[in-house]
Design a protein around this ligand. Structure first.
Ligand SMILES: Nc1ncnc2c1ncn2[C@@H]1O[C@H](COP(=O)(O)OP(=O)(O)OP(=O)(O)O)[C@@H](O)[C@H]1O
Ligand SMILES: [Mg+2]
Length: 277
């Protein structure tokens, strides 16, 4: 057996083995399905998805375009009820967006209020939660964490796409969520910014101990970021496999991607998605 295939076998047997282990779950996705519409207009988007997320875990969900990832995330966040099955947070069914949950979507230009300054955008969800002084501290801290100190009084349209997405991330972390749901958050930024934002999210996740559910169709991104990857099938989606990514942390864009294990895991996930073995 060549060295590469030995690495392949070791990495993959460990990955698939531990993907099935059970730990204390913070979020349990219990066999959810979602069908839109009814009668002739019925469309089955999610067939059967089950997995759990453990506290502090970085869980990526990958699948081909149109397989039902956004639908799944909407069900997970309580924005939309599944047709069947249940999502539980700390053992309790989610029926509306829970206060412990933050959301970041792909369309940063639609998620920020253009008429509000950066400070007010980040502050907005905290208004009912914190007094003025505490809000100011929380906003300053979150903007510092995403490298936007000094841009507080600017408006979203005065910022680059990457900076706007940083504001969206700052807004999510200022809220101190236990869980952060992200739907292809870096899909519309350039490659360089994407790399910076990936590392920013890893840092934020580690610093604040946030559990992250991160949807992407980018296999490289998923392997780089995740503790585990939930691989979805073509639509209507089911879980094909849950792969453990036990690459060392902290991750590094160059060193991590140079590891033989990284390439093997990437290849494995790719094969799962395109259906080639
Ligand atoms: N509100 C809706 N009503 C009816 N069908 C919908 C609705 N939202 C999504 N769909 C359909 O459900 C399927 C899954 O869509 P979804 O957006 O969840 O996929 P996705 O994996 O997020 O896609 P992408 O990779 O393009 O982001 C698609 O066929 C889509 O057209
Ligand atoms: Mg989507």
């Amino acid at each position: 057996m060549s060295n590469t295939s030995k690495v392949h076998d070791d990495v993959l047997s460990r990955a698939v083995r531990s993907g099935g282990e059970r730990g204390t779950a913070i979020v349990e996705v219990d066999h959810i399905a979602k069908t839109y519409g009814s009668g002739a207009k019925m469309h089955e988007a999610v067939r059967d998805v089950a997995f759990d997320a453990r506290p502090g875990e970085f869980l990526c969900v990958v699948g081909p375009s149109g397989c039902g990832k956004t639908t799944l995330l909407r069900c997970l966040s309580g924005l939309m009820p599944p047709t069947s099955g249940e999502v539980r947070l700390h053992g309790r069914a989610i029926t509306s967006p829970p206060p412990q949950m933050g959301l970041v979507f792909q369309e940063y230009n639609r998620s920020l209020f253009p008429w509000m300054s950066v400070r007010r955008n980040v502050e907005q969800p905290l208004r009912k939660r914190l007094g003025k002084a505490d809000r100011r501290t929380a906003v300053d801290e979150a903007l510092a964490a995403v490298g936007l100190t000094g841009h507080e009084e600017k408006y979203p349209w005065q910022l680059s796409g990457g900076m706007q997405q940083r504001v969206a991330i700052a807004r999510a972390i200022a809220y101190r969520p236990e869980i952060l749901l992200m739907d292809e958050p870096f899909a519309s930024v350039d490659a360089q910014t994407r790399i910076e934002l990936e590392d920013l999210v890893l840092e934020v996740c580690a610093t604040y101990g946030i559990t992250i559910l991160f949807v992407t169709h980018d296999i490289d991104e998923a392997v780089y970021l995740a503790d585990r990857i939930v691989v979805l099938s073509p639509p209507p989606c089911v879980v094909k496999e849950i792969v453990t990514i036990d690459l060392p942390r902290p991750r590094d864009q160059i060193a991590t991607k140079a590891l033989a294990e990284y390439s093997e895991l990437r290849k494995h996930v790719f094969e799962q998605i395109v259906g080639r073995h």
